[in-house]
Design a protein around this ligand. Sequence first.
Ligand code: MV4
Length: 510
Amino acid sequence: MFKKVLIANRGEIAVRVIRACQERGLTTVAVFSDADRAALHVRYADEAYRIGPPPARESYLNAAAIIAAAHRSGAEAIHPGYGFLSERAVFAQAVLDSGLAWVGPAPAAIRAMGDKVAARRSMMAAGVPVVPGSDGDGGDSGAALSDAEMAQAAERIGYPVLVKASAGGGGKGMRTVNEPSELPRALAAARREALNAFGSDLVYLEKLITRARHVEIQILADNHGNCVHLGERECSIQRRHQKLIEEAPSVAVTPELRAEMGQVAVRAAQAVGYNNAGTVEFLLDRSGKFYFLEMNTRLQVEHGVTELVTGIDIVKEQFAIASGRKLRWTQGEITLKGHAIECRISAENPYNNFLPAAGRITTLGEPSGPGVRVESGIYAGWEVSLYYDPLLAKLIVWGETRPEAILRMRRALAEYRIGGIHTTLPFHQKVMDSTVFQWGQFDTSFLDGPDGFRMTAAPGRDLAQVAAVAAAMVEHERGQQAVVLGSPCNGDKPGVSPWKLTGRPGNGRV
Ligand code: MV4
């Protein structure tokens, strides 16, 4: 069993993993770029090592620098978090080859699911339902299809179809094709984009499933052939393939459907010899049919909602699995209780097309109280840069029922204060207030669709508001003058204790 772990990540997920290490008695090593010297994950870790300049390519994606930092620090294992190097089979293999433990799936499993065409083929062989596609009849050799062969495949599948990159995932480089005349251009564009983004121009076709839900199943698999599922997460509320809100369970999944999707997810994992935590993504169509989309071979951003409804600490289990422990549960011992919702709080302006926001966080007040969990990577005074993903924190709530969870989320959002930069807090409040969300009658077109949910303009400053702000400022000024340390108790301001006033910012404290 290893005793010291390097966390090859930053932000809220690095903090989350450090917390799991602390609870397991593991010493933690953070890595940081020059932009993150004073970051929260660096402050939380027992030790921290610089790995390069701000751009991710030169720091958090710098495999050699990270492995070198692990050896220098005496760490015996690496946890990759999500994003960055987490799904690079070559990195996982390099970690293992250098004598370190890897807190994640075996490189072969990452590779098997990383090639989407190969993954579809393994899934079909394992009896996992996949969306009809250009490789659907099993007669393919894995070689790239010509435009003419693609056109034939599209006719067989039936329009509309989606062009997807085989080396892609997460919706990057996808293209919708509504009719045959659009196909050649879409193929050319998708191939060009895929080559640029993933280094491979291999693309394939899938039937476009419209108005479906994005439902994913969390699995845990040990190194001894045991695998369980932890139920589903509903992830349909996305914007440009970035998830914004997730919940568990999904209102569209009955206990019977959960058992069936769960069994299929376990079968999918076992078909590629999967170990550690992973997520099988499905599309759930309006008739209740579901199709395998892809498998994410990492810890996911939204793992927390599953933790709250199962009571299982997924990150701690990742460490248990990586150190060779057997799973502690059989499927029958895993039960779901209540409802959890997560809002991703990011540094983006929802009133301006989610434009990334940068700047210093001047004030921070985090919600708490019953059923509230905050996974944050920020503090008051922290400067948010534009170098990395804009995710600042995740607000996760639990309630006995979905309505209670929604009411709690509204309360917690209202309690949340992030000053100095734009955040997505107002967006989330608006979604929680929307009847479509409250009814649960949404699908993947909730935000991106033509008649989707829209953010209204930022609240204007009417005269009453200006007057209120001016009054508050006058009052504040008076407060500044009210108490000087050393002045007699209740000197000239009867009724207000100087003990109270001295604690306020601006009232000189010693
Ligand atoms: C699809 C699809 C519909 N039909 N594939 C997006 C993320 C990636 N894992 C796969 N994704 C999708 N694949 C077929 N054949 C719908 C999505 C999808 C989506 C599409 C448009 C707008 C939002 C979406 C949210 C989730 C999934």
